[in-house]
Design a protein around this ligand. Structure first.
Ligand code: DQA
Length: 142
């Protein structure tokens, strides 16, 4: 199985950005953790981070044939982007939405996700473990 992991805007700042909300791990540490877990299951992972909505749409659009599934933390675009939602649904690959924080326990505007209806499921609130759980869900261990 080949999984594309997409990190959306501002996630390159993890470790420095609101550590009380998002934890102290850097994006590189999280990517290493994801890769290590994937490897232990015989899964190949490609990680991608962008602050640009169109770049994320392009990446999802070119995922067909290259990947078998998508894990996406769309960051703030979760709550705004019809374009990312349409890209996920157009790609036709199983996708899992993840968030480090529990978006339901925060501001009201974070409770709505444009991407959730086109994903197989959503995992939030477990920090970097949210990504690890998403891998487990996709390989059928959940
Ligand atoms: C986030 C939650 C979003 O509401 C926020 O805009 C982010 C990060 C998370 O991983 O908890 O940038 O996706």
């Amino acid at each position: 199985m080949r999984i594309l992991v997409i990190h959306g805007p501002n996630l390159q700042l993890l470790g420095k950005r609101e550590p009380g909300v998002y934890g102290k791990k850097t994006l590189k540490q999280i990517d290493d953790e994801i890769r290590k877990h994937a490897k232990s299951l015989g899964v190949t992972v490609t990680t991608f981070q962008s602050n640009h909505e169109g770049d994320i749409v392009d990446k999802i659009g070119s995922s067909m044939g290259e990947f078998d599934a998508i894990i996406i933390n769309p960051g703030a675009y979760t709550h705004t982007s019809v374009a990312i939602r349409d890209a996920i649904s157009g790609a036709g690959l199983p996708a899992v939405e993840v968030h480090l924080s529990n978006v339901h326990a925060r501001e009201e505007f974070r409770r709505h996700s444009y991407v959730a209806p086109v994903c197989k499921g959503s995992i939030c609130g477990f920090g970097s473990m949210s990504y690890v759980l998403a891998i487990d869900a996709l390989v059928g261990r959940a």
